[in-house]
Design a protein around this ligand. Structure first.
Ligand code: UD1
Ligand code: CA
Length: 456
């Protein structure tokens, strides 16, 4: 395997998706399709993966900065795509390459290994599936020892007969020398004007190379995504598979049909989820966590026994053991809730740490802030972190009490055990243990003295 690299074809426009986004960046349960392909290939190929990009290459590369790329500046078909990558593959000393279409998000490590095992001893092998309806897939024709792939557009039933249902799955193992020899022989398809990688099969067969069409049954996991409908079908297929896996391992799912969990998420047994909910990215949900309905959670770590109440939105946040969140809470990137802290309704945190047992239960914005353990943040507290140009921090010590409707104008600090009177606008630091009140003094007037005789 040291001399075999994987080549992912991801340069196409994805015209049939009708979207500005490159097709491989379309998401499936929150993760780009290409991330799912890497997930299947990484355990098999490690660092020996090359991704061919072209259409909006900048976007794809920005999304996966750690990967190796090769550019196909004009998309002239999958055959041309291989021709663009081959010089780099041979220069790096690879003898074989496993070429895979970038639009197969359900591909798995097992399937990749199975294919490679069966393909190993051939000069050119490709995976096939048997479908009841061959649709737009390339049709496989076997004729004695000869085999060829005919693209759907070019399939003429009058001359070839009805299709057998065996189709090309878009997964190939090719000897690099053979590819170098045959690629110059490819001609453009008269219908699309493209060079097809699939034409290499007939060329290799005719040249007497060892060619194999490896049938993998009707495994859905090799299907490609070409249209919004196929994307949604595949997303639903994967969703069911993931939820089934969760149920099997001991995660309680209420309304399981409405639970959406991404391919990279880890949920430990003993958690309880209620649909509809979405848990995406590289989230890790520890034992005993309860997630109520209508929550969106992305790239978060939620520790043991925490409870996320309905309608909460959490992105790149950390929730400590036993913490309570929501309903209607918003945790933005960099929000850290320590053990047993509480964040209630209409509270937003961004780059803010809430100490152990601290509470912000109602209607607050805490941004660029750190809040000590046991501190209580009253309803309507706002950290005014932005002066129009720069962001500034608010530091609040342990066991402080911030009265309701307080504006903390950053940079500012409130010492340990300090108490802020409700309605204060705090612009200067408050020393440890002090009581601070910063608001206009209340004056009461009898209304008669103001000339309002009609007052009761
Ligand atoms: C391709 C196969 C078809 C097979 C199907 C399996 C060809 C000609 N046909 O058809 O036999 O049944 O996959 O899913 O290969 N790409 C590039 N550069 C290009 C053109 C395409 O990188 O110039 C990439 C695309 O981004 C995509 C992959 O190659 O990831 C396949 O292209 P696509 O247009 O989806 O091919 P299909 O029509 O699905
Ligand atoms: Ca495709």
């Amino acid at each position: 395997m040291e001399t075999c690299a994987a080549l992912i074809l991801a340069a196409g426009k994805g015209t049939r998706m009708h979207s500005q986004k490159p097709k491989v960046l379309q998401t499936i349960l929150g993760s780009p399709m290409l991330a799912c392909v890497y997930k299947a290939l990484k355990p098999v190929f490690g660092d020996d993966i090359l991704t061919l990009v072209g259409h909006r290459a900048d976007l794809v590369q920005a999304c996966f900065p750690e990967e190796h790329f090769v550019i196909q500046s004009e998309q002239q078909g999958t055959g041309h795509a291989l021709a663009c990558a081959l010089p780099m593959l041979t220069q790096k000393g690879y003898h074989q390459t496993m070429v895979v279409n970038g639009d197969v998000p359900l591909l798995t490590e097992d399937l990749t290994r199975l294919f490679l095992e069966k393909a190993e001893n051939f000069d050119l092998a490709f995976a096939t599936l048997t479908l009841t309806e061959p649709g737009a897939y390339g049709r496989v024709r076997r004729n004695g020892s000869q085999v060829e792939i005919i693209e759907a557009k070019d399939y003429d039933e009058a001359s070839y007969g009805p299709p057998t249902g065996e189709i090309n799955a878009g997964l190939y193992l090719i000897d690099c020398k053979l590819a170098a020899q045959l690629l110059p022989k490819l001609t453009r398809s008269p219908k699309s004007g493209e060079y097809y990688i699939t034409d290499l099969v007939a060329l290799a067969s005719q040249a007497g190379a060892r060619v194999a069409a490896i049938n993998l049954g009707s495994d859905q996991r090799l299907l490609g995504v070409n249209s919004p409908r196929e994307l949604s079908d595949m997303e639903e297929f994967l969703r069911q598979q993931i939820v089934d896996g969760l149920l099997d391992k001991g995660v309680i799912c209420h309304a399981p049909d409405l639970v959406r969990v991404g391919a990279f998420v880890e949920i430990e047994p003993g958690c309880e989820l209620t649909g509809p909910c979405e848990i995406y990215g590289h989230s890790h949900i520890c034992q005993g966590v309860e997630i109520a309905s209508h929550c969106h959670i992305e790239d978060c770590r939620i520790a043991k026994g925490a409870r996320i109440h309905s309608f909460s939105h959490l992105v790149q946040a950390e929730v400590g053991e036993g913490a309570l969140v929501g309903p209607y809470a918003r945790l933005r990137p960099g929000a850290v809730l320590e053990e047993d802290s509480h964040v209630g309704n209409f509270v937003e945190l961004k780059k803010a740490r809430l100490g152990r047992g601290a509470k912000a239960n109602h209607l607050s914005y805490l941004g660029d802030a750190s809040i000590g353990q046991g501190t209580n943040i009253g309803a309507g507290t706002i950290t005014c972190n932005y002066d129009g140009k720069n962001k500034h921090r608010t530091e609040i010590g342990e066991h402080a009490f911030i009265g309701s409707n307080t504006a903390l104008v950053a940079p500012v600090s409130v010492g340990r055990g300090a108490l802020i009177g409700a309605g204060s606008t705090i612009t200067h630091n408050v020393p440890e243990g002090n009581l601070s009140v910063a608001r206009a003094k209340q004056k009461n007037f009898a209304q008669r003295l103001l000339g309002r005789d009609d007052a009761d």
